[in-house]
Design a protein around this ligand. Structure first.
Ligand SMILES: Cc1cc2nc3c(=O)[nH]c(=O)nc-3n(C[C@H](O)[C@H](O)[C@H](O)COP(=O)(O)OP(=O)(O)OC[C@H]3O[C@@H](n4cnc5c(N)ncnc54)[C@H](O)[C@@H]3O)c2cc1C
Length: 368
């Protein structure tokens, strides 16, 4: 059995899943996460059902969390015209607060060593070993380092995409509202879109991606919502008639959909750190889980081989699975983000249906 020491940086879905898999395979895993579980993060919290067989296969039953069962999609145009369809595969509505904490407990029970509340400040590869430096000054030596630290981190300063400004910001709320239990609705507004979906209990997730330019012009999140989102009557209704459950919105900016490198300085990236798909596609969480599985499979099969061989295998497997999805996601993001949907309504709502079906088909994988 391998006992290779592995440091995983970041404990989102990708980091937690790869820690669970490698630990089951015998690796000695330490995961460093800068926050403490459970915690909220910006995410639409709709996870494609394609992950379901995988989790079952490793003895994790997501139904234990009583997620919402989502089987229908509706999309509204900027002016509030609505298209709806059934989702072939569908998904689950579950908060990251609950899901990530659940996986963290599973990983801990398997023997993963957690360093919580500490940032990784640096990792360096020399003479076949990594030296990873935590924010409290401690250092961890390891055979492998996995970068699962999400879309953008302090550690990305050496990666080229970091210096290209990204025009999007993401905002998330949990609300109580009057909304169907089995529906995910994407409401468009100028320069963005907002999703509503049921999660566990009687909660709903309300999460949007918006062009930064509105916030710079209007000065506050509240003004952005009032002046831009409320022009879509669905959004005005949901924002003004719901009970907001978090003390304050979760907000992130600088969300980048640019191509990223899969490996740098021998650090192996997975999840959003390897490439982020537009949230519009509702597939980022499933991709984070799937990329963790691909990387774990590669490590377990090939950890004895030369590092360059293992790395080439990972790059091939990752590209075969995700390159096309990310490409389609980038194009879809450009269309939706640019108010394309409002123009489509003029030429007929059927086009929105055709477009959304195409996006779902081209950006989702099959159950794995
Ligand atoms: C607005 C928005 C809506 C979305 N909606 C959906 C959706 O409905 N469905 C879907 O499938 N996907 C959605 N996504 C995408 C999804 O959230 C991501 O694809 C997914 O969370 C990626 O998981 P990850 O593990 O790669 O990264 P993350 O979940 O971001 O985890 C990365 C972790 O690394 C930690 N970290 C970062 N730097 C360091 C460091 N230096 N040291 C230690 N820890 C560090 C962070 O604290 C974080 O916990 C959405 C994304 C956005 C922005």
């Amino acid at each position: 059995m391998p006992r290779e020491k592995t440091v995983v940086i970041g404990g989102g879905l990708a980091g937690l899943v790869i820690s669970i898999l490698l630990s089951r395979a015998g690796f000695d895993v330490s995961l460093v996460e800068k926050k403490l579980y459970p915690f909220h993060r910006v995410c639409g919290e709709y996870i494609s059902r394609e992950v379901y067989p995988f989790f079952k296969s490793i003895g994790i039953d997501l139904q234990e969390l009583s997620p919402a069962q989502i089987s229908r999609l509706a999309i509204s145009s900027v002016s509030g015209k609505l298209f709806s369809c059934n989702l072939d595969l569908g998904g689950l509505g579950i908060s990251r607060y609950v899901l990530d904490d659940f996986l963290y407990r599973k990983a801990r029970a398997l023997g993963v060593n957690f360093e919580l509340g500490h940032k990784v400040n640096n990792t360096d590869f020399r003479d076949g070993l990594f030296n990873t430096v935590l924010s409290d000054g401690r250092e961890i030596e390891s055979d492998f380092v996995i970068g699962a630290y999400g879309k953008r981190s302090n550690l990305d300063r050496s990666r080229s995409f970091f210096y290209r400004r990204s025009p999007y910001l993401g905002v998330k709320y949990h609300i109580r509202t009057d909304f169907p239990d089995d529906l995910i609705q994407l409401d468009n507004f100028e320069g963005g879109y907002c999703g509503t979906v049921k999660i566990e209990g009687d909660r709903y997730n309300l999460c949007y991606l918006s062009a930064n330019k509105h916030l710079s012009r209007l000065g506050s999140i509240q003004a952005l919502e009032r002046e831009v989102l409320f022009r879509n009557p669905f959004l005005k209704a949901i924002f003004t008639k719901s009970e907001f459950l978090l003390d304050k919105p979760e907000v992130i900016n600088e969300i980048s959909f640019e191509k990223k490198s899969l490996i740098e300085g021998h650090v192996l990236y997975c999840g959003d750190a390897a490439g982020m798909i537009s949230p519009l596609c509702g597939n980022g969480m499933a991709m984070a889980v799937h990329s963790a599985k691909i990387l774990s499979d590669t490590l377990v099969e090939s950890y004895r081989l030369r590092r360059e061989v293992l790395e080439a295998q990972y790059i091939k497997r990752w590209r075969d699975q995700f390159s096309k999805r990310l490409y389609t996601g980038r194009i879809a993001q450009r269309f939706f983000g640019a108010g394309f949907v409002s123009e489509l309504t003029v030429s007929g709502l059927k086009n929105i249906g055709a477009l959304s079906n195409l996006i779902i088909r081209e950006t989702h994988g099959t159950p794995f």
